[in-house]
Design a protein around this ligand. Structure first.
Ligand SMILES: [Zn+2]
Length: 308
C-alpha cells in the first residue's frame, strides 16, 4: 500500500508549471504598504561578490543590475519589485538538484518553486528557496552591501509569493490520485494551474480595486519567524485549493481539455458576472499572504537596521 501511495505521489508530482503571473505588481503593492518609509530610499548598485552554496544556471543568471536609476543609484522599492521576478528567468533551470527529477515534467525549476502536498506528504524545496534568500539577504546587509541585501530579499519574496499560489501546493485533490495516471488528464491539470496563474495577472490588468485593497489594506499579521510565515501562507493556500480548483473547472472545463485559458476568456466570463467566487477566494488568499508577509518584512527590516 505504501508503495502504491508513493507511485501515485510521484505521478502527481509531474504535473507542475510556473508561478503567479504578476510577481512585480504583487511585490510593488506589498512593499508600498508594508514599508512606506522605503519609498524614497535609494542605494548604490554594487558588484556581486558572494560565494554561495546554491547552484544556479549560470548561462541564464544575470548578476549585473538592470534597474539602475541615476548614476548608479536605485530606489529600494524598485530593486524589490524588479528582482522579485528574477527567479523565474532561468537561474533555477537545467540543474541536477533532486532525485525526483527523473519524473516527466519535474525539472529543477519546479523543485525550487513548489512545495507540493499529496496526502500528508510534502515534496520539493519552495520553502527552502525562501529561507535561503532570507539568509543571503541578512549576510549582505551585515556586510553593509545594501544593494544585494535588497536584491536577495526580492528573490526571497518571489518564493513566498509562489507558495501562496494554491497550485504550487497541490496538484489535485487527493481523491483524484488515480486519474493522474492518464496523460490527457495531466495536461488538463497543468492548464488549470496556468489558468489560475493568469487570473492574478487579469485582476492586475483590470486594476481590480478589491485585489489592491487585499494587498495594501490588510494589516500585518504577527508570525514568530520565517518558518511560521511559510506554514501560515501554505496552510491557508491549501485550505482554498479545492474551491479554486472547482471554480476553474466550473468556468472553463471545455476549454481546459483543449487549450490554455487566455485573458479574453476571463474577460468574457467577467462580463457575464461569473468570476465572483473566484475573485472572492483570491482576495482571501492574497490578503492572508500580504498580512503575514508584511509583518515578516517589517521585522526583517528592523533586524537588518534598515528600519528603526
Ligand atoms: Zn516561481
Amino acid at each position: 500500500m505504501k508503495k502504491i501511495l508513493y507511485v501515485m505521489c510521484i505521478v502527481l508530482l509531474s504535473q507542475l508549471s510556473i508561478a503567479w503571473d504578476g510577481h512585480d505588481l504583487l511585490t510593488y503593492h506589498l512593499v508600498k504598504s508594508a514599508l512606506p518609509e522605503l519609498m524614497n530610499k535609494y542605494v548604490h548598485v554594487t558588484e556581486y561578490q558572494y560565494n554561495e552554496s546554491r547552484a544556479y544556471n549560470l548561462m541564464k543568471m544575470v548578476v549585473g543590475d538592470w534597474c539602475e536609476d541615476l548614476d548608479g543609484w536605485v530606489a529600494t522599492w524598485q530593486i524589490l519589485r524588479t528582482y522579485s521576478c528574477e527567479p523565474d528567468m532561468g537561474m533555477d533551470e537545467g540543474l541536477n538538484i533532486s532525485i525526483l527529477q527523473f519524473l516527466p515534467s519535474v525539472d529543477s525549476h519546479v523543485v525550487r518553486h513548489a512545495k507540493i502536498r499529496i496526502f500528508n506528504l510534502d515534496f520539493f524545496q519552495g520553502d527552502e528557496s525562501f529561507y535561503y534568500f532570507v539568509r543571503m539577504s541578512k549576510i549582505a546587509f551585515s556586510r553593509d552591501d545594501k544593494y544585494w541585501g535588497y536584491r536577495f530579499l526580492a528573490r526571497a519574496l518571489h518564493y513566498i509569493e509562489d507558495l501562496s499560489q494554491p497550485y504550487h501546493n497541490k496538484i489535485d485533490t487527493d481523491d483524484k490520485v488515480l486519474q493522474v495516471l492518464d496523460a490527457n488528464y495531466r495536461h488538463f491539470l497543468r492548464r488549470c494551474h496556468y489558468a489560475y496563474d493568469l487570473f492574478l495577472a487579469y485582476l492586475f490588468n483590470i486594476n481590480d480595486r478589491k485585489l489592491l485593497d487585499a494587498i495594501e489594506n490588510t494589516p500585518p499579521i504577527p508570525c514568530k519567524d520565517e518558518k511560521e510565515l511559510v506554514k501560515k501562507v501554505r496552510e491557508f493556500s491549501i485550505s482554498k485549493f479545492e474551491i479554486v480548483h472547482d471554480e476553474i473547472k466550473r468556468l472553463f472545463e471545455d476549454i481546459l481539455w483543449k487549450r490554455k485559458v487566455k485573458m479574453e476568456d476571463f474577460q468574457i466570463a467577467d462580463s457575464k458576472g461569473q468570476l465572483e467566487v473566484l475573485k472572492e477566494v483570491t482576495y482571501q488568499v492574497i490578503s492572508n499572504f500580504a498580512g503575514h508577509t508584511k509583518y515578516f518584512l517589517r521585522k526583517f527590516m528592523k533586524e537588518v537596521r534598515e528600519l528603526n
